[in-house]
Design a protein around this ligand. Sequence first.
Ligand code: MN3
Length: 199
Amino acid sequence: MPSLGFDLHELQPVLSKEAMDLHYNKHHQTYVNEYNKAIDGFLKAEAKHDQNEQLKFTDLIKFNLGGHFNHTFFWENLAPQNKSGGVLPSTSDAFGKKVVETFGGFDKLITAMKEKGVKTQGSGWVWLALKPENNQLIVCNTPNQDTICQKQLVPLLTIDVWEHAYYVNYQNKRAAFLDEIWKVMNWKKVEERFNKGGK
Ligand code: MN3
C-alpha cells in the first residue's frame, strides 16, 4: 500500500475520516490483496506450464492491478485545504496556459470533468489526460478499474466515481461530490505531472 500524503481526517469536510478510512484501508487494500493472490496463482500455474490455469488469473490481475494503480494515482492528486488543496495553478505557467487554450479556463475544465463523471455509467473513473502524439489535453472516462494507460493516454488527474468513493458523505448524489472534490484537489501534483510530460 502506498502511504498517503495526509492523515485520513484531513480531507474533511469534503471527505470524512470514516469515508477515507473505508476507501483506503478497506477498498484499496482489497485490490492489493486480490492482486497479490492472483499474481501468486498465475506464477504457480506458469511454473507448472499450465496455460489454461494461467488464463484464469489474467482478468483478476488486470482488474485488481488497475484498482491499485488508479487509487494510488487518485490519492496523490488530493491534498488537504490547509496544505494547498484546491489552490488553482497560475494561468501564466505552461499548464495553466494549456488549460485556458484547451478548455477556456479552469472553471470550464472542472465543469467538463464533472459532466463526464456524472455521465459515467456504473463504476469508473474520470480523467484529465495528455495525448502524447499531439500534446493535447483531454477529459475522458474509463469503466470499472480500467486504467487510462490502456488507452495510450498519459494521466494527469483522476477522480474515482465508484459509489464507494462518495456514498458515505454524499449518498446517491455523485454530482454534489463532483462539485466538492475540487476543494481538496492537489493541483500542484497535476501541474508537476504535466511538466514531466505526464510521466
Ligand atoms: Mn475507489
